[in-house]
Design a protein around this ligand. Structure first.
Ligand code: FPP
Length: 260
């Protein structure tokens, strides 16, 4: 298992999680993979080097999440606002995504990972869309970690889309206005059938949500670190989980309240 990934990066695959309660893992961890540009600039390198290094980190965190038994990992790879970046950076990010699918799909599949995508996938280049469809189809029956990649994703765009779909249903008398509730909204989000994130990790020292999973993080626990994403190690991921396991979640209720 995960043979190819071992040794790709300096010894960071040697991590110890004996003190983590595997019965109380966050079911769904969401990550904003931030700080690639700053990591590169701090080293006097072009920003694109940071994104390449960020892909390596993603590989390691996917492997770690899969090994310890996290059910869903959602990673923010490209936002609806990231098109505002210089064309060469956008182009590199799209190429990295294509390369990631080309290079990693077999390893992911062999390790029972199911790949899903959320976002406006239909606005991506046709060749990339094909790779995404192929990756999703190839891994659709896998029962291990769900790796959910947010690409051309924005929380506001997702909610706008849901409003449009629901409005169409009302206009076609498939749905009554009085029947619209939170479940109906959730059913019309990209993340339908996925549990809400329990833990949201944001590296690189910023404390904002950046239009990520706006509806879904309503009761997520947030975990921040100054470490830039390319320097984020499995041990940092495990630390976020340890800290999560110390938190008391009340979901708007009192002590020991559980999710609905
Ligand atoms: C934010 O860092 C990161 C992104 C906008 C892209 C994240 C993408 C990757 C890690 C690689 C591509 C993903 C896959 C799945 C192959 P930033 O550029 O905003 O960093 P900065 O805030 O330091 O400038």
């Amino acid at each position: 298992m995960w043979k190819k990934w071992f040794g790709k990066k300096s010894a960071s695959n040697e991590y110890d999680y004996h003190d983590i309660d595997l019965d109380k893992l966050p079911c769904h961890v969401a990550i904003i993979m931030d700080g690639n540009g700053r990591w590169a600039q701090n080293k006097g390198l072009p920003r694109t080097f940071g994104h390449r290094a960020g892909v390596e980190t993603l590989r390691e965190i996917v492997m770690t999440a899969s090994e310890i038994g996290v059910k869903v990992l959602t990673a923010y790879a490209f936002s609806t606002e990231n098109w505002r970046r210089p064309a060469d950076e956008v182009s590199l990010l799209m190429s990295l995504l294509a390369e990631y699918l080309d290079n990693e799909i077999k390893e992911l599949d062999d390790n029972n990972v199911q790949i899903k995508f959320i976002g406006k996938i239909d606005e991506l280049a046709p060749a990339l869309q094909s790779k995404i469809e192929k990756a999703q189809a190839q891994t659709a029956c896998n029962t291990g970690l769900i790796l959910n990649l947010a690409v051309n994703y924005g929380g506001r765009a997702e909610l706008t889309r849901a409003v449009k779909i629901i409005t169409e249903k009302v206009l076609h008398q498939e749905l009554a206005v009085e029947d619209i509730n939170e479940t109906i909204i959730e059913e019309n989000l990209y993340t339908t059938n996925l549990p809400a994130p329990d833990l949201l990790i944001r590296p690189s020292g910023d404390f904002r949500i950046s239009n990520f999973l706006l509806w879904q993080v309503a009761y997520a626990e947030f975990w921040f670190t100054d470490i830039n994403w390319p320097d984020f190690k499995p041990e940092n991921f495990l630390q976020a989980i340890r800290d999560y396991q110390q938190r008391e979640r009340r979901f708007g209720g009192l002590k020991n309240t559980t999710k609905r």
